[in-house]
Design a protein around this ligand. Structure first.
Ligand SMILES: [Zn+2]
Length: 265
């Protein structure tokens, strides 16, 4: 319970947990309310994992293990992106102390072969931002079977990273205003629909491809039915930021514990 924000204790556990929540929120209401709206949440964004590093977008699996061990030893709670988003939208009041969120973009195979065993060991929730055109298609990408297997652990959860990872800045220059508008609608809508059909659950969140977003794109993401969207920016997420452009820290090689400490401070 301490390291994993997921109630897996069945009905009795759930009942006791609810009793605890009621008791806790009642006894701490005056104190907790004032602090509760100002919690800042660091959201981490990884891409690939490997034992040998050829590019900075790939994190050494052993470094990732050290980071998770350090988080656990230092009282951090890895919460799900969904929990964080609900808090940031003001839909829930309480989240654990020292929260941190783990996301992974692009759906590379190393999530299955390198990251999965580590995540199972530490039992932390992870959100995968997937662009479905690559799945069971590109050589480097996960398959639909692997994505299902990842979600069956109840630790991984799939969300959207557009349909084929376009560069909206370039596409805006390349296309007429009307064609660009249709293109954006397709990239945001198709991704959501395909992932919902394939994974069998609602797709609520979007990660901007290359972290590219603007006012128009934020409006389009809302229209497409996304509840929140995430970009790349070196700061903690909080309730004052636009819900369609919440910041995440890109974690690059060398992903040391010192780097993590600098990010979380
Ligand atoms: Zn990406």
């Amino acid at each position: 319970m301490i390291f994993l924000d997921r109630d897996s204790g069945g009905k009795i556990g759930k009942f006791l947990y609810q009793l605890f929540v009621i008791f806790f929120s009642f006894s701490h209401s005056s104190f907790a309310q004032s602090n509760d709206t100002s919690t800042q949440i660091p959201i981490l964004c990884y891409h690939r994992f490997a034992t040998q590093i050829n590019d900075e977008m790939t994190v050494k699996t052993a470094d990732f293990v050290k980071q998770l061990a350090w988080l656990k030893e230092n009282g951090y709670t890895v919460i799900s992106l969904d929990t964080a988003a609900q808090y940031l939208k003001g839909e829930r009041g309480n989240i654990p102390d020292k929260p941190v969120v783990i996301t992974v973009d692009d759906g590379h195979k190393s999530v299955y072969f390198e990251m999965l065993p580590v995540v199972k060991y530490y039992k932390v929730p992870v959100t995968l931002f997937i662009y479905p055109s690559a799945i069971s298609n590109a050589r480097y990408a996960l398959t639909w079977e692997q994505l299902h297997e990842l979600e069956e652990t109840e630790l991984f959860h799939v969300e959207s990273h557009t349909y084929w990872h376009p560069n909206f800045k370039k596409d805006k220059k390349r296309l007429s205003a009307e064609a660009y508008d249709q293109f954006v609608t397709m990239q945001l809508g198709e991704s959501k629909h395909i992932l919902e059909a394939k994974m069998g659950h609602e797709i609520k969140y979007l990660a901007w491809a290359f972290g590219i977003y603007d006012e128009e794109l934020q409006r389009k993401a809302k229209e497409a039915g996304y509840k929140a969207a995430f970009t790349i920016e070196r700061k903690h997420a909080d309730r004052n930021q636009p819900i369609m452009a919440l910041p995440r820290y890109m974690i690059l090689h060398p992903a040391t514990v010192d780097l993590l400490k600098r990010v979380l401070k």
